[in-house]
Design a protein around this ligand. Sequence first.
Ligand code: MEV
Length: 440
Amino acid sequence: MSNKTINGFSKLSKKEKINWLSQTFLKGNTRATDLLSLYWHEDIERQKRHDEFIENALSNFFLPFAIAPNFNIDGRIYAIPMVIEESSVIAAASNSAKFWLARGGFKTEIVSTIKSGQIHLNFSGEAQTLSSFFETHKEQLIRSVDELSQSMKKRGGGLIDLKLADESDALIDYYYIDARFNTADAMGANYINSCLETIAETFRVLASNYEGFSQEQQPEVVMSILSNYVPECLVRVTVSCPVSELAQEGHNGNDFAHKFVRAVDIAQTNPLRAVTHNKGIMNGVDAVVLATGNDFRAVEAGVHAYACREGRYKSLSKAKIDQDLFEFSMELPLALGTVGGLTKLHPMVGVAMSILQEPSAEELMKIVATAGLAQNFAAVRSLVTTGIQKGHMKMHLLNLLSQYNGSQTTKIAAVEHFKTHTISARSVAEFVASHQKNDD
Ligand code: MEV
């Protein structure tokens, strides 16, 4: 066995873990070892809070926390907290927010808030037998989660319904029970999974006593889990204004609007473009989802599945011109929570929620979708006018200057110089080298 493996790593103290890592994988790299503890929070209690989120925590990994101000969402003004590493995202969101602030703002609507989970079954008998067993015992299955649902019910949520689906044509002997839930202000993953496992156990016990199933043809529970595909937990966001109000650098409003709509239509048609177009939307969505302590992997998985719902991967947003009115909109499936999970544990999530004036889950859905559409508008606007690199490289300049160890005076001179010169990794490296040489 390799001397780089270890048993019982999770049982070591944090210092022991770092020592082992240092001796085993970071030999000679004292800088890396030192950084692990340099990035600890100086307040031991705060650090402990972070360590307890996951197993084997060694250090913290910082990402910038920013706000994009001036968002008018349904007549209410928000500063939206965002956590992201990509340099141009906040500037783009802020830009877009201001652009639409002057044109009526973002209008949103919750389409529905239902989430689902499934109990996946094997059954080799007659479909009819399983179906009558299910219908006979459905009420009992639903009632089996009454106790678990008490506090969820008080908050207006709970299990809505159960349905049996026959998928045995697609996969031999495959059936599933579809459970639909409302989880109020919680994302609800724990609640849904606990309910599913309780229903599955009740199902197993009832089935084992059901005379209609022969000994050889007992239905078997394969697994029970929520679905991150939430096409019924949907928010719509729209911006619109007369075409004449869209005049841009080098484009009158009409030309710009038509080029913009064409770009969105291309993303509706061509998956090669649609993936990047939607990535731009997720720049905004993920940044707010992260800042508010929600599960960005769940959101990503669900959103991209939704983009494929018609059998082909498409743009999530749509644009049109109707009688000189430009309209840009998007429907987004978002399962988010403002209670439970990390929302009360991560202190910075608390800050984000305060900045957003303690939103409900539905309000947060509206805010996140707005950040996505704003980001998409900014990206497509740049693409069809100046090109993306102009703004992007301007924001990236400071990163390049840090990468090439530019001093503070070099950075100031560089920002001035690159107002009129093309920014590239090479041109910045050359500028830093020559400027610092002259400084010496
Ligand atoms: C970059 O992070 C995002 C964009 O590529 C999005 C787009 O192409 O629409 C600019």
